[in-house]
Every structure is written in C-alpha cells, then in structure tokens.
Design a protein around this ligand. Structure first.
Ligand code: 13P
Length: 287
C-alpha cells in the first residue's frame, strides 16, 4: 500500500539520514527501484514528473502499475508515489488519481502567489492524509521543460512557506538538475544553514542529486536534508548498460532481441545505482 512521505521523512530527519526519491520512466524503472528498496529494507519515494506522467500514459495508469507491483512483488517497505515539480493543476490530478504525495513547485511565481497556492494544497492534502512538498528558489538546469536558473532560496521565504504546514520543503542552494558543469561552485552550505535554522524541524529536500560528491551529500543531511532526488544518474546507468549490450552484438545472438533480455542489463544497472545511493543516504535498514 502506498503511504504518505510524512512519517518516513520526519524519521529520517531525526535519525540524520535521507530517503531517496528516484524518478520513474516505465515498468523496468519502477520494478528495479521497488525491488532494491525491499532487498535493502529501505523506505523509498517514486518520483513522477508531469512529462513522465504523460509518457507513461497518465497518472491513473501509473497508480495502477505501482499498486500492482507492490502487491505482486510483496513489497512491504514504505513506498510513496510522488508528483515531482507539479503545477497546481497537475497536483490536483495526481491527488484525484491516487498518488500518496505531491510536490507543488511554485518557485517561479511571485512569493505571494506561491504562498496562496501552497496554502490551498496544504488544506487539501491534509484532509486526505497525503504529503506535500513546496519549493522556494528554483533549482537550476532543465527538467522536462521546467527550467530554473539555480537560485539560492531566501531563508525568510522558506520560513513563511514551511509555516504553512507543508510536509517537506525544497530550497534552492546552488543545486541543479542533470550533470553539474566543470565550474560548479558546490552547494551553498551557509544558505542551507540559514534555511535549516529558519524552518524548524521541516524536512528539507535536495533536488539534483546526480553528481553531488558524497561529502557534500553527508554535510547536507547533517543540516536538515531528509529527502534527496535522483533522476539523471539512473538514466545514464541504464543507457550505458544498454549501449554495451548492443555494441557487444548481444541483441543479434539467439533471442537477444527479446526486450526481457535487451533491457535486463539496464534494469540491473538501475538497481545498482539505487542501492549505491541508499547506502550513501543512510536509508538502508530504516524501513
Ligand atoms: P537529477 O536528474 O540531477 O538527479 O535531479 C533529479 C531531481 O531533482 C528530480 O526532481
């Protein structure tokens, strides 16, 4: 059964570890992440961007697939199904479809509008026992057409949004989606310290988990980060393993073209990436 991300994240914040949000793209992704979480007794959050939602055939399709896998694969660790960088309308649709968690990304609106829309969603998600992620200060880079310049969030704005009663808060601290450029300055820990002090016990969310060095991840967790989003790294691992299989000509041997064989190396590569991240984030054994 899907659960809200609230308990798992409050527990993570208190226990000084983080729960990974791994974005899904299809059945292989979803199955790989769920099985890895179960094998490692780790809570997990499945992230779905609006673009990935469309790609997979809509939110109800995804809810059906995820609930089916949880049942058929006997997944007993806590799993949240979460809308990533949702619009207000997207959040409403996911709530309707049966997601257990949503993100409303109002970071590109003036703060008053971000507050107004977040307030409405706090009410709605609370009524239904779902978790809500809000965002202040946009995350740099591009994800499914949502482009952010990589701002540093204002601690006072973070405080205002946290006090609306959101479950978790994403705050820009120089992090970006996708690969980090050579000249990246690293995470802005001074800003994170201020944001953490201003937002009380609200679990903080670090987007753009791909390519952040391990020491920075650990320091971020020590400063209140309890949820870390990873997407690109699983995509790169999947693509690399699939390329190797094809370059080795394995799709041309016997029934190597069967998708169950062709996609198997990529599936295993996602599992290995997810496990590595769970180890780094400290969520293994915390289910
Ligand atoms: P990466 O693709 O950089 O891992 O970021 C994922 C993310 O933040 C999803 O919201």
């Amino acid at each position: 059964m899907l659960v809200s991300a609230k308990d798992m994240l409050n527990k993570a914040r208190e226990g000084k570890y983080a729960v990974g949000q791994f974005n899904i793209n299809n059945l292989e992704w979803t199955k790989a992440i769920l099985l890895t979480a179960q094998e490692n007794n780790s809570p997990v959050i499945l992230g779905v961007s609006e673009g990935a939602g469309k790609y997979m055939g809509g939110y109800t399709t995804i809810v059906g697939m995820v609930n089916g896998l949880i049942k058929e694969l006997n997944i007993t660790v806590p799993v949240a199904l979460h809308l990533d960088h949702g619009s207000y309308e997207g959040a409403l649709k996911c709530i309707e479809a049966g997601f257990s968690s949503v993100m409303f990304d109002g970071s590109h609106y003036p703060i008053e509008e971000n507050i107004a829309k977040t307030t409405e969603l706090v009410k709605l998600t609370a009524e239904k026992g779902l978790s809500l992620e809000a965002e202040v200060g946009s995350i740099g880079g591009e994800e499914d057409g949502v482009v952010g310049a990589g701002e540093i969030a204002d601690a006072n704005e973070c405080k205002t949004i946290a006090e609306l009663g959101v479950t978790m808060l994403a705050a820009g601290i120089g992090n970006i989606h996708g690969k980090y450029p050579e000249n990246w300055k690293g995470l802005a820990f001074d800003a994170l310290e201020d944001i953490n002090a201003a937002t009380g016990t609200t679990p903080l969310v670090l987007h753009g988990g791909t390519g952040i060095p391990a020491e920075m991840i650990k320091k971020a967790i020590s400063l209140g980060v309890a949820k870390i989003n990873v997407n690109t790294e699983c995509q790169l691992a999947f693509a690399e393993a699939t390329r190797k299989y094809i370059e080795a000509g394995k799709d041309l041997e016997g029934k190597g073209f069967d998708p169950r064989k062709l996609l198997a190396p990529g599936f295993e590569a996602i599992k290995a990436t997810v496990k590595e991240k769970m180890e780094l984030f400290g969520s293994i054994g915390q289910a």
